[in-house]
Design a protein around this ligand. Structure first.
Ligand code: ATP
Ligand code: MG
Length: 258
């Protein structure tokens, strides 16, 4: 195994909701410049793990280290400043803000601009002229949509805005919860290309996806979950062929497009 220092290390993390052991004793290490995948049937704990990794969901037990900081002690309000970014399984854009302003929120979150200090970036750059926003718009091919509102755009385009908002944070770790759900094959290939280009710049990414082809095309290494635990890990090809993984999905489709 590589001697590289992990961006993130998770040690024996559990998240229980009453009697539901959504995540139940999970350990993993993520190295810089890699794209990691998480697969697992519905309800296996994938989104709960991402919630724990953004500190929104409290741990029942376990430890997490991000850049060697005791990340399990970092409050959720500090996560953006530490440059951990996330996209959600269901799109969460602010409907009353334009595409540009939604993306600006990502840049503001990272820089610490807040409601207590409104207009900091407005004064510094002029609204929407933060370079990180322009870069995120270009990378997600959203030019021409800047002044649109989310409700005016297709679902796939809204998902790109979410990814752009996360990129505008200039993350060190990017967590993506089914970012290509609702996209067609062409859009999915474009997102795969975008994530691979971010990898080439050294960004560590953790991608939850059901789409096997997307995983094979995009990920360096895949973790398979079932009932809150890891049941397999390795190259995407090896993990999807793993009998325990096949068994976990038995009777549950990988996904209609898989
Ligand atoms: N806030 C919560 N309160 C109670 N139970 C929860 C909560 N969030 C998740 N769960 C339960 O935890 C388990 C794991 O859910 P989670 O959403 O993490 O699964 P998932 O792998 O992301 O599934 P999917 O593929 O459907 O998105 C499920 O049994 C779910 O019902
Ligand atoms: Mg989920």
């Amino acid at each position: 195994m590589s001697t590289q220092v992990p961006v993130l290390e998770v040690r024996d993390v559990a998240v229980h909701f009453g009697g539901v052991k959504a995540v139940d004793g999970l350990s993993l290490k993520l190295l810089p410049g890699r794209i990691y995948g998480i697969i697992g049937p519905n309800g296996s704990g994938k989104s709960t793990l991402l919630g724990a990794l953004t500190r929104l969901t409290p741990l029942t037990r376990g430890e997490m280290y991000f850049d060697d900081v005791e990340y399990h002690r970092v409050p959720a309000s500090e996560v953006a400043r530490r440059r951990v970014a996330r996209t959600f399984q269901t799109v969460r854009l602010l409907p009353d803000l334009t595409v540009r302003d939604n993306i600006q929120l990502g840049a503001d979150a990272r820089s610490g601009a807040s409601e207590e200090r409104p207009g900091f970036f407005d004064r510094l750059f002029g609204r929407g002229r933060s370079p990180a926003v322009a870069d995120a718009i270009a990378r997600t091919q959203l030019q021409g949509f800047e002044e649109h509102y989310p409700s005016e755009m297709s679902y796939g385009t809204q998902r790109r805005v979410e990814i752009a908002r996360a990129i505008a944070m200039d993350p060190r770790l990017l967590l993506l919860d089914e970012p290509t759900a609702g996209m067609n094959q062409k859009e999915r290939a474009e997102i795969s290309g975008l994530l691979r280009s971010l990898r080439s710049e050294g960004l560590c990414q953790l991608l939850v996806e059901h789409d096997v082809q997307m995983m094979i095309d995009t990920c360096d290494y895949v973790f398979a979950m079932n009932y809150g635990r890891l049941i397999a890990e390795g190259t995407p090809e090896a993990v999807v062929q793993n009998p325990q993984v096949q068994e976990a999905y038995l009777g549950k489709k990988w996904r209609e497009h898989a």
